[in-house]
Design a protein around this ligand. Sequence first.
Ligand SMILES: NC(=O)C1=CN([C@@H]2O[C@H](COP(=O)(O)OP(=O)(O)OC[C@H]3O[C@@H](n4cnc5c(N)ncnc54)[C@H](OP(=O)(O)O)[C@@H]3O)[C@@H](O)[C@H]2O)C=CC1
Ligand SMILES: CC(C)(CO)C(=O)C(=O)O
Length: 330
Amino acid sequence: MIAIVGAGSIGCYVGGRLAATGADVVFVGRQRIADEVAERGLRLTDYRGADLSVPSPVFNTEVLKAAGADLVLVTVKSAATEEVAAQLAEVLRPDAVVVSLQNGVHNAEVLDAALGGGRTIAGMVPFNVVQRGEGVFHQGSEGELEAARDPRLAAYEPVFAAAGLPLTLHDDMPAVLWAKLLLNLNNAINALSGLPLKEELSQRDYRVCLAAAQTETLGILKAAGIKPAKITPLPPNLLPMLLKVPDAVFTRVASTMLEIDPIARSSMADDLELGRTTEVDWINGEVLRLAAQVGRAAPVNEKVVALVRQAEQGGRRDWSGAELRSALHR
Ligand SMILES: NC(=O)C1=CN([C@@H]2O[C@H](COP(=O)(O)OP(=O)(O)OC[C@H]3O[C@@H](n4cnc5c(N)ncnc54)[C@H](OP(=O)(O)O)[C@@H]3O)[C@@H](O)[C@H]2O)C=CC1
Ligand SMILES: CC(C)(CO)C(=O)C(=O)O
């Protein structure tokens, strides 16, 4: 049995595709989504036209229901990792394998600290999922699930492949997670813009802000001896250069590099929309912590964190690109 713990956008989509293609899946999540899927079932669509359904998913609100799982996919936001780790430690079988499908660079370690036995495997979701309501979860951009290479995943590789979500396995997962974090620096900028990703990224002023946050982070990673992996067609150190090209050039080049549909938004935009605390501490905040360790300043990421904090408290989330550039002194 596969348990999805934290069945929101990513959990319902990934778990839903696994269940739709025959896997035995139990979802653990909140009552709001439990009610939605009890009434409508789950429907999983993607930007390529896939359309799958799970008429009667097994959906619970208590982590206890993950007790019999062989594989647990953790899909809560980073702020909830410690809490679910403690809950899972109470109920999981000793041989259960746990995969963190979360953004941020330390969630698998947090889970493993509570669960012990080196049973947690770091994973990564490169694509965007939008909750459309009424049990519909839509993958709005391309990419394949990634995870640390681990023999315990061998039995599940065909299951993920059958669901249309093949696993790409990596020997150096921390490098992959840092590379993803570089991309996730856009989460805050997207959330502050109030725009869908495609529209936000089509405007050079926002991209200049992202390029500044990435350039700052790349310098800090270098000082810390961390080499982010190449998970995009361009290597990480060339991304800021691409971001700064004129709009017409960017739109043309980007469309050959990444398919993204017009409704996709960052997961941080979802959090602000729903009045929840964001993951900014686990994304830009990681940059600030690493900067402090290597004795460097990180003024751009520091300012982004401050603006997201204000937005969490009801502050602005309709920054124009020009306003954001000026706030970041770019
Ligand atoms: N959405 C996306 O497009 C992408 C997201 N990611 C990453 O994936 C991870 C998951 O994101 P996402 O799916 O968007 O998050 P969601 O907030 O949509 O889903 C997480 C769900 O878990 C619930 N939850 C929290 N704690 C518990 C608990 N103890 N028991 C049961 N349910 C719980 C949350 O409820 P509540 O809100 O009440 O806490 C929420 O409904 C994040 O790290 C994110 O950064 C990565 C790539 C893309
Ligand atoms: C896929 C991506 C980069 C953007 O949606 C993301 O990770 C997120 O929204 O958290």
